[in-house]
Write a protein that binds this ligand. Structure first.
Ligand SMILES: C[S@@+](CC[C@H](N)C(=O)[O-])C[C@H]1O[C@@H](n2cnc3c(N)ncnc32)[C@H](O)[C@@H]1O
Length: 205
């Protein structure tokens, strides 16, 4: 638990994803956060969840894209173990994941090389900041779309008790080889957290 400053001047107990900065950083993504992506982005062809953990994200992706391959550097009981995405050379039409916090930039570099069509990463919204990322990623390869969550995602270690609410803002960053090389900013409608796919948006990109 942590106390965080509120805009109205009060303090509110919240739960943070305590990033595992040096380790494998295993935090399964709640299903609704992946459902928000697949309700708004179409993935044609095959798909690779390249840091699949225990399959929390893969299981949602497989509903619409049965041709989904899952792997992880570590054996977490799902997909193929021992596949380092940072050293990989397999190409897929689409690559989607929530990468480890400490290797997000490396995942962007590999994904841009290895995805033929779309590459989507669930990242902190603050990933948009930073002089180094501006130079190495955004000046040359800006994402095609950024989907900002209007509701907070709370990440829990696998098996932990689900309680509290997150304090970090997240977004889906989508690189689409068929889209113009400028960034469109979108917001997910509120409602996914409570109802998942019931809160469909209007257009599928
Ligand atoms: C934040 S967890 C997300 C798990 C899953 N993608 C999800 O959203 O539920 C990050 C995952 O990346 C895996 N990982 C860390 N370094 C990796 C690498 N170099 N290549 C592939 N997977 C890696 C970890 O083992 C962990 O399962």
């Amino acid at each position: 638990m942590d106390t965080t400053y509120n805009l109205n001047g009060g303090f509110k107990p919240t739960t943070k994803r305590f990033a595992d900065l040096n380790g494998p950083d295993f935090f399964p993504t709640p299903a609704w956060a992946t459902e928000a992506l697949v309700d708004n982005e179409r993935f044609s062809g095959d798909l690779w969840e390249c840091a699949c953990g225990n399959g929390a994200m893969s299981e949602v992706l497989e509903r619409d894209t049965p041709n989904t391959y899952s792997s992880d550097l570590y054996d977490r009981g799902y997909g193929e173990a021992g596949v380092d995405f940072l050293e990989a050379d397999r190409k897929f039409d689409n690559i989607v994941t929530n990468p480890p916090y400490n290797a997000a930039e490396g995942f962007v570099r590999s994904g841009l090389d290895l995805a033929n069509r779309k590459f989507a990463l669930l990242l902190r919204l603050a990933f948009l900041e930073g002089a180094n990322r501006q130079r190495t990623i955004f000046s040359t390869n800006p994402p095609s779309r950024v989907w900002v969550f209007s509701e907070r995602i709370t990440f829990y270690p696998a098996g932990a008790e689900v309680k509290g609410s997150g304090t970090t803002a997240y977004a889906w960053f989508v690189w689409d080889k068929d889209a113009p090389s400028r960034t469109e900013l979108n917001w997910f409608k509120p409602g996914y957290k409570a109802t998942g796919r019931a809160a469909k948006q209007q257009k599928l990109l």
